[in-house]
Design a protein around this ligand. Structure first.
Ligand SMILES: [Zn+2]
Length: 310
């Protein structure tokens, strides 16, 4: 029985949208009663004129559908049921507002929890992510499929590309979930990766009260935007859900070693200390692959993998 679920949700317009007077197109919603807790995030596809409207309708529809759906069905059946219901709601909205469905589109990420049993169903469509955070094995669900394409709820193949999984939060000692849009890529997860980044710890471990977490979150996001303006200038949407006490401790991440001796996180292309380009230093050298990165070094095998000269 899940007694006390803490959650905060937050959205912020990206730099480009702010400059151009466009509102944030990420939308987040949380629903809770005695039986269920549902968190839903949707990132409106930026190039479409009714992106935000789509994201709002998608979140509301997903909550209605997940609340009434039998979550014991197979993942394929859940994906079809959720996608069909949301598509129908979006198309009805298009008729009602007299807009073209071609101007609508958004991603979807959700977690639906049965409080009595602790069972959770996670879903992801497009490049928005759901992270399950547990010392017993953390996981990122995000169905990025390369290139510039983003899966959208109105795609013909939406149900078949949607990732659905389930977990018993009690059996797997799940501390919580983080749902986020691609605005927090390289902070909480790396595109294409299934392992959350070490920094995902921060979003669960600071959680004592909702007010405290909101304060920490705002400070962290302001910090990210000031540190790397090029990397964190998309719309940001995030929902943090904390189920249990306890601190998350994720394994250390692989790093790459620069010729100057500095270690850099694998999401960095340029050396933090001397600005050398990773792909120039390691040109033509094949290492073990790590998700979408061509090469990496673990701390313990740096010597055997490191080239002597460049
Ligand atoms: Zn360097």
């Amino acid at each position: 029985m899940l007694e006390r679920i803490l959650s905060v949700k937050y959205t912020e317009a990206g730099e480009y949208h702010r400059i151009n007077g466009v509102e944030c197109q990420d939308h987040v919603e949380v629903f809770e009663d005695e039986e269920m807790f549902i968190a839903v995030l949707s990132d409106g596809i930026g190039s479409l004129s009714n992106a935000l409207l789509s994201a709002q309708c998608t979140c509301k529809s997903a909550i209605t559908c997940l609340y009434n759906y039998n979550l014991g069905f197979s993942p394929e059946t859940i994906a079809e049921g959720v996608v069909d219901y949301i598509q129908q709601q979006l198309l009805e909205l298009a008729v009602q507002k007299e807009i073209s469905p071609e101007t609508m589109g958004c991603t979807l990420a959700f977690v639906a929890l049965k409080k009595r049993t602790g069972e959770a169903v996670m879903g992801s469509l497009g490049d928005s992510a759901v992270c399950v955070l547990s010392n017993d094995g953390s996981h990122v669900y995000s169905n990025y499929y390369g290139g510039s394409a983003t899966g959208s709820i109105l795609d013909a193949d939406a149900a078949s590309t949607m990732l659905i999984d389930r977990i018993n939060t009690g059996e797997r000692d799940v501390l919580g979930f983080v749902l986020c849009s691609d605005g927090l890529e390289n902070e909480i997860y790396i595109k294409g990766s299934t392992a959350p980044l070490k920094s995902a710890e921060f979003y669960i471990n600071g959680f004592e009260t909702e007010e405290k977490e909101m304060g920490l979150l705002e400070t962290r996001i302001a910090h990210l935007k000031s540190q790397q303006p090029d990397q964190f200038d998309d719309d940001i949407g995030i929902i943090i859900v904390k189920l249990n006490e306890g601190k998350l401790s994720l394994p250390d991440e692989p790093t790459w070693l620069c010729t100057c001796g500095a270690r850099n996180s694998i999401q960095q292309t340029y050396c933090e200390r001397c600005q050398k380009d990773f792909s120039v230093i390691y040109r033509g050298i094949r290492f073990k692959s790590y998700d979408d990165k061509r090469a990496y070094f673990l701390n313990e095998n740096q010597k055997e993998n490191h080239p002597d000269s460049v």
